[in-house]
Design a protein around this ligand. Structure first.
Ligand SMILES: [Zn+2]
Length: 131
């Protein structure tokens, strides 16, 4: 019965991506999505959603680089344009910012990517394979 309900459920994309960004199950928002820093759990520990169909692959690093670049580059440019600090100071500030922001965002972007795949019924997320 629960299987039928889940096949007919609505899957709002932004809700699923938001839950994934918070590293929660895209379906219930309660269970943990990640089993490690970047390892997606095989199953939601709250609702039992099979998470093995996810195929995030290279998308999370790509989107993370895209987002970090669009945040950091304008700030670097503005700092250089208006204050022209020494290059060593720029490096001392921006390299850690880039590294920490990337490390913080990467698992969240991966979670959002998995949420998107589930909401769009990509790969085998359209099939109900709950046990
Ligand atoms: Zn769940």
């Amino acid at each position: 019965m629960a299987e039928v309900v889940y096949q007919l459920e609505s899957r709002p994309v932004w809700r699923a991506m938001g839950r994934g960004f918070r590293k929660r199950c895209p379906r219930c928002g309660e269970g943990k999505l990640m089993a490690g820093y970047l390892t997606v759990a095989s199953q939601c520990n709250a609702c039992g959603l099979d998470l093995t169909p996810q195929r995030a692959d290279d998308a999370p690093p790509y989107f993370t680089i895209f987002i970090v670049g669009h945040i950091v580059v304008p700030l670097m440019w503005a700092w250089e344009r208006y204050y022209a600090p020494p290059a060593a100071l720029q490096m001392a500030v921006w390299l850690p910012v880039i590294a920490l922001l990337s490390l913080w965002l990467l698992p969240r972007v991966k979670g959002a990517t998995v949420g998107l795949q589930w909401a769009m019924k990509m790969h085998d997320f359209g099939e109900s394979r709950e046990t």
